[in-house]
Design a protein around this ligand. Sequence first.
Ligand SMILES: Nc1ncnc2c1ncn2[C@@H]1O[C@H](COP(=O)(O)OP(=O)(O)OP(=O)(O)O)[C@@H](O)[C@H]1O
Length: 308
Amino acid sequence: MLKVKTISFSYHKNKPVLKDINFSLQQGEHLCIMGESGCGKSTLLKIIYGLLDLQKGEIFWNKNRVLGPKHYLVPGMDFFKYVAQDFDLMPYTSVSENIKKFLSRFYPKESEKRTQELLDVIEMTAFRNTKVKNLSGGQKQRVAIARALAKEPELLLLDEPFGQIDNFKKNSLRRNLFSYLKEKNIACIVATHDKDDALSFADKLLVIRNKKIIANATPKEIYNAPKEKYVASLFDDVNEITINNKKHLVYPHQLKMVEKPELKATVLNSFFKGSYWLVEAVLDEQKVFFNSSSDLQKGEKINLLIEL
Ligand SMILES: Nc1ncnc2c1ncn2[C@@H]1O[C@H](COP(=O)(O)OP(=O)(O)OP(=O)(O)O)[C@@H](O)[C@H]1O
């Protein structure tokens, strides 16, 4: 179990990046960390891995205390693996050699089997003999993930793991990777901007704002009852609508177009989204977004209803 106990960190004196962060994670659990760019997600991953020295607080993995570079010649805890945004691969060797680097040379058969298993997870079997320098950014990212899994860690730390991977590959890769981690009971912490990493695959979600954790619950709980616009905005184009002096946080799909006169609005713009249109409208001088099954024209008068 990971226990992060009231940790605070700053790169420069008097400029804290994280303050009094507390949370825990069970073996095999999957946690996502979300928050705006620069809120400290990568810093938190580096601290947990042991790449930075804490100013305050403690971190434990079971009974082992996680300590930073002041305490170790080679920083980074043995039972964790960390995949940074810059991958750190060996460019002049092949994909399979990069994965094998962390497997024992004394067990070539097992090493080969494990390499093949991981090539399947990242869907890169066809590239096993390709030199890493000839891969795209997204392919390198996938190799970095496989390499981190070569020697099964107890906790895997991933920083924007699918940031450079196209949508088509991203979905199947997510399914492969996260079911593989569950199967092997490997805990995982993912720093991400992508709501799909959290909504479909995380057991828990942490949201960071202004150096603090402002939400810590299941993704479903946070999505369904966001405490503030900042949190809801991580998932969608959220509307903050004031009606009779009361503020409502409403996702576009919760605002329905109806026949009977409800909330009167005028269409400003309509954006094609594939299976629906995202319509921008003005309602009582407030800009709102809602989903529509048909295209609407600028200036069209409509009635909206909030359906929470
Ligand atoms: N090595 C460093 N030295 C000094 N300041 C740093 C360093 N690394 C990050 N920072 C600062 O610390 C803050 C948190 O950065 P961090 O990279 O952890 O944010 P993030 O949430 O991961 O951002 P992003 O989503 O853009 O990757 C930022 O203000 C950043 O400028």
